[in-house]
Design a protein around this ligand. Structure first.
Ligand code: GLU
Length: 422
């Protein structure tokens, strides 16, 4: 059975994002007009796409692009292709991008896009026509100095390449800077593919040092095995010496107390299309995976998976949020009281957008960095942001998510103030 998101999930993430903002506004006593500005996206576009399918029929798709706030720089954020996409999910995700770029102190704002579709049920040709139709409908709503999309759930470097190409055709010249997460041969950055997971792993290392926790041989569980989850597996083993004992994808979860080898799981996934049925592993439920007694739990799939109904049963010492919005505010409070150390999404998964920013810089200069240089720059950025969040949490005596929000909202509010927006 496939665990699908509940249809109201978009509403939950939207409420989560509003509730989180309200809490911070109360702590830092933000001006009411600034709060009102930040409660809403500055702009949003709804598009209807007409796509020729392989069987000769024409299918109509709905898509969105939301620009939450560009006071600190152009809007930035991925595009999701998902059957359960909703405008409310995209609104929440766009605001999280505003906070994420501010926590990382990169000169960008927050945006997000989505198309309601089931990419797993579409051919390569259909996906290409859908991607191109989406860019044509977005027109000049996006652009290298305005709003720069990137990959997110179920969108790949190949999709980024089609988008870069279509946008370039529309403008009569190569404008690859319109999108990041491109393949290397089309102006992509070295180190972008594993950047989200890598940034999260750097954070886990810093969190463990803060807690005095030894990660060598310690156990980890990973929920979600797409780009981010699978690289988290690889890097948790390679960089932290951890043992990954449970993993899941949209088909189910598997468990082996001896730990899984990344190469083995990837080969099995390549052959069968899923991690389930991996030889020698026990099948467990998604609920069991989330509640395992591990040192680190990596939610790396969709939003709203840790809620008030399961927070009490979470036993992980660290939750490293590689997904966007996996924890609801009610669960946050419960976990904080229980002493679980959460590395919030705004920080934990910000490696992706940070290397996207590096990609923009390299595109603008036409000068490309070695992978090692990208990784060094990323590690420095992650460490600076981690310490800013840690200190803010200590100063205000609040949990890490609120601390990250305080850092972000204060930076965005300052930019808006300087620009005379309130
Ligand atoms: N989709 C990723 C995120 O949620 C990356 C965004 C980007 O690179 O612009 O952070």
């Amino acid at each position: 059975m496939k665990p699908r998101r509940a249809p109201q999930s978009g509403q939950i993430s939207y409420n989560t994002s509003q509730q989180q903002l309200n809490e911070v506004v109360a702590i830092i006593k933000l001006d009411p007009s600034a709060h009102e500005l930040l409660r809403h996206p500055l702009r949003e576009l709804h598009v209807t796409l007409s796509v020729k399918m392989d069987n000769g029929s024409t299918k109509i798709f709905q898509g969105f692009r939301v620009q939450h706030n560009d006071s600190r720089g152009p809007n930035k954020g991925g595009i999701r292709f998902h059957p359960d996409e909703t405008i409310d999910t995209v609104r929440a995700l766009a605001s999280w991008m505003t906070w994420k770029t501010a926590v990382m102190d990169i000169p960008l704002g927050g945006g997000k896009g989505g198309v309601i579709c089931d990419p797993k049920a579409m051919s390569t040709g259909e996906l290409e026509r859908l991607s191109r139709a989406y860019v044509r409908q977005l027109g000049d709503f996006i652009g290298p100095e305005k709003d720069i999309p990137a990959p997110d759930v179920y969108t790949t470097p190949q999709i980024m390449a089609w988008i870069a190409d279509e946008y370039s055709i529309m403008h009569g010249k190569n404008k690859f800077g319109v999108i990041t997460g491109k393949p290397l041969s089309l102006g992509g950055s070295a180190g972008r593919t594993d950047a989200t997971a890598r940034g999260g792993i750097y954070c886990v290392r810093l969190a463990a040092a803060t807690l005095g926790l030894n990660l060598e041989g310690a156990e980890a569980a990973i929920q979600g095995y797409g780009n981010v989850g699978s690289y988290a597996h690889k890097l948790a083993v390679e960089l932290l010496g951890m043992k990954v004992i449970a993993i899941s994808d949209s088909n189910g979860s598997i468990y082996n107390p001896e730990g899984f080898l990344y190469e083995g799981v990837m080969a099995h996934k390549k052959n069968t299309g899923s991690i389930t049925g991996f030889p020698g592993a026990a099948a467990i439920s998604n609920k069991e995976l989330l509640e395992l007694d591990v040192a680190v739990l990596f939610p790396a799939a969709l939003d709203s998976v840790i809620t008030e109904t399961n927070a009490m049963d979470i036993k992980a010492k660290i939750i490293a949020e590689l997904a966007n919005g996996p924890t609801t505010p009610e669960a946050d409070t419960i976990l904080y009281k229980k002493g679980v150390y959460i590395i919030p999404d705004l920080l934990c998964n910000a490696g992706g957008v940070t290397v996207s920013y590096f990609e923009m810089v390299q595109n603008a200069y036409g000068n490309y960095w070695e992978e090692e240089e990208v990784q060094q720059r990323l590690e420095k950025k992650m460490k600076t942001a981690f310490l800013a969040v840690l200190r803010t949490g200590q100063n205000h005596k609040v949990h890490n998510r609120l601390a990250a929000y305080i850092v972000a909202v204060e930076r965005v509010a300052e930019a808006m103030k300087l620009r005379g927006w309130y």
